[in-house]
Structures are given as structure tokens and as C-alpha cells.
Design a binder for this molecule. Structure first.
Ligand SMILES: [Zn+2]
Length: 110
């Protein structure tokens, strides 16, 4: 594992040790705030996505990139485990592809 990949986890651990629960919960819930299409832009180093995310200033770009690097983007034409539709955009969670539409639906349930 490279330093870049562990950066996010290290930051979470540091905040847990400090007892900063608010920041810890924000970082742990990033996947509920950021859409797969926005995740792609973070991975591509497209900083214009920041203006859509409304994240607090302490969430640095390098931290976001480190977080995004934990997600593997699924290739084209994957079948979603939830709706069984083939979709280009989505996220791979533990080898289960979830399309962007279902992702948004799940996000709104919580
Ligand atoms: Zn779906």
C-alpha cells in the first residue's frame, strides 16, 4: 500500500484519537455525499467538483483524492446488483456494482 492510499485512513484514526466525532462521521459518510460521477472527477484531479460538494475547508483535496482512490470505478456496461440494469456510471462496492441511479436512491433513503 502506498502512502497516498493510507492517508485517508490515517486521518480518520487521528481524528478518532482526538475524539473529534463530528469530523470522523463526516469522513465516514463521504460516500453518501459524493455521487459516482463526482468521484470520477476527484480521481481525475478535476477540482471544479469542489464547488458542488460544499465540504468544510478542513477537507483538503489530497484527503479527498486519498478517499476516492479507495474506490474502484466499474467499467462500461456493468449490471447493477440492485436494479439489474446495465449502466456505465456507478460504484463497485466489494465487487458488487451499484449504478448511479440506485446510488442516489439509497442516498435519499438515509
Ligand atoms: Zn441500479
Amino acid at each position: 500500500m502506498t502512502e497516498e492510499e493510507t492517508h485517508f485512513d490515517a486521518r480518520v484514526l487521528e481524528l478518532v484519537r482526538k475524539g473529534d466525532e463530528e469530523k470522523v462521521s463526516l469522513l465516514k459518510n463521504l460516500n453518501k455525499k459524493i455521487l459516482p460521477s463526482q468521484l470520477v472527477r476527484i480521481q481525475k484531479n478535476d477540482k471544479t467538483v469542489l464547488s458542488e460538494l460544499f465540504l468544510p475547508k478542513w477537507v483538503k483535496w489530497s484527503l479527498l483524492q486519498s478517499w476516492a482512490s479507495k474506490y474502484k470505478l466499474a467499467g462500461k456496461g456493468n449490471e447493477c446488483v440492485l436494479c439489474s440494469e446495465k449502466n456505465e456510471l456507478g460504484i463497485d462496492f466489494n465487487n458488487n456494482f451499484i449504478c448511479e441511479n440506485c446510488f442516489v436512491r439509497l442516498k435519499n433513503l438515509k
